[in-house]
Design a binder for this molecule. Structure first.
Ligand code: ATP
Ligand code: MG
Length: 329
């Protein structure tokens, strides 16, 4: 498990000091796909560089499986860092080296024997679907293929954590989907923990199990994606799926946002609402969305605004795994 405790990192330039991480604490559960969102300059990359020990914080602890990376002597730290793989937005491949040489690079540095290196690269290229490209150079590959090489290289030393900093930002949406699929299968089959930085909330919604939002080096919200989506007070939960639209309602009617997590049968859920509230409703907007690889229904409904409707919907929300939010007048 990966954990940060009270981490502060300040960059000092000639003219000023910038606090990129400000007393940040964060716990990334084993096997999570942990998304990190936040505006440009929020501190996301700094966070990743601190975890990867590329950057040393002013204060704080970075615990990997209970061991503080910041207190390890250099040699041990170098060893532990092998447990952390990293992929980059611009792939960071060695251009004069073949796919095979790029992937085996970290193994060569680690002093792995040639025979084992060969065997490991053979496994990895199969895993990422590049079995027929080992002799190619990066310039002969598409962006998606380059990132597959990046992923294979990151996995070479069998890490337990994979850090991804905007790894799909340079790719088109179809290629992004394929890379995301690959990361999901790696997470599932190898049990790898993945820390995923992206400014694209849709990617996080679909793939992340957990998500944290950084603002000025601080955590403003974090939690399990499915919980956040069901929480009407969560700003992130609101941003992850479409919310209320501007569509007007007839006098005497009220708009309600229903979010149903976990139940695959959304028509049945809507039928229940009709039955239990006894109100004729219109679906104003919404649909079924992929969230954390599951289906979540979110619908904006318009119903007759009565006290009994509010009571019934409140009771329904408590009994079933749905959340209900009334539009503000
Ligand atoms: N080496 C550095 N020297 C000085 N300031 C830095 C350095 N690296 C980052 N910063 C500053 O620290 C803050 C956080 O930067 P960081 O790169 O972590 O943001 P980010 O969330 O990754 O942004 P983006 O989404 O644009 O990649 C920014 O204000 C940035 O200007
Ligand atoms: Mg960044």
């Amino acid at each position: 498990m990966l954990e940060l405790i009270d981490v502060t990192k300040t960059y000092r330039t000639k003219s000023r000091a910038i606090t990129a991480l400000d007393g940040l604490s964060l716990r990334v559960p084993e096997r999570a796909i942990f998304g990190i969102a936040g505006r440009s300059g929020a501190g996301k990359s700094t966070l990743i560089r601190v975890v990867n020990a590329l950057e040393r914080p002013d204060v704080g602890q970075v615990l990997l499986d209970g061991e503080d990376l910041l207190r390890l002597p250099f040699k041990q730290l170098r060893n532990r860092r092998r447990k952390i793989g990293m992929i980059f937005q611009h792939f960071n491949l060695l251009h004069s080296q073949t796919v095979r040489e790029n992937i085996e690079f970290p193994l060569r540095i680690a002093g792995t024997a040639k025979v084992q290196r060969r065997k490991r690269v053979d496994e990895l290229v199969e895993l990422v679907g590049l079995g027929d490209r080992v002799k190619n150079y990066p310039s002969q590959l598409s962006g998606g293929q380059k990132q597959r090489v990046g992923i294979a290289r990151a996995l070479a030393a069998n890490p337990s954590v994979l850090l991804s900093d905007e790894a799909t930002s340079a790719l088109d949406s179809e290629t992004t989907d394929q890379i995301l699929e690959l990361l999901l299968s790696i997470n599932k089959e190898l049990g790898l923990t993945i820390v995923l930085i992206t400014h694209e909330l849709e990617l996080l919604r679909r793939s992340a199990t957990h998500v944290a939002v950084l603002e000025n080096g601080r955590l403003v919200e974090h939690g399990e994606v499915l919980d956040l989506i069901a929480d009407v007070h969560s700003r992130l939960g609101r941003d992850l799926l479409p919310g209320f639209t501007d569509a007007p309602v007839a006098p005497g009617r009220v708009k309600v946002l229903i979010t149903a997590v976990g139940s695959g049968r959304h028509e049945a859920m809507l039928a229940d609402i009709a039955l239990e509230t006894g109100s004729r409703f219109d679906v104003v907007s919404g649909g079924v969305y992929e969230v954390s690889t599951r289906a979540v229904g979110r619908f904006e409904l318009a119903l007759d605004d009565t006290a009994s409707l509010r009571r019934t919907l409140g009771a329904l929300a408590e009994r079933k795994s749905i959340s209900v939010e009334f539009a503000r007048e």
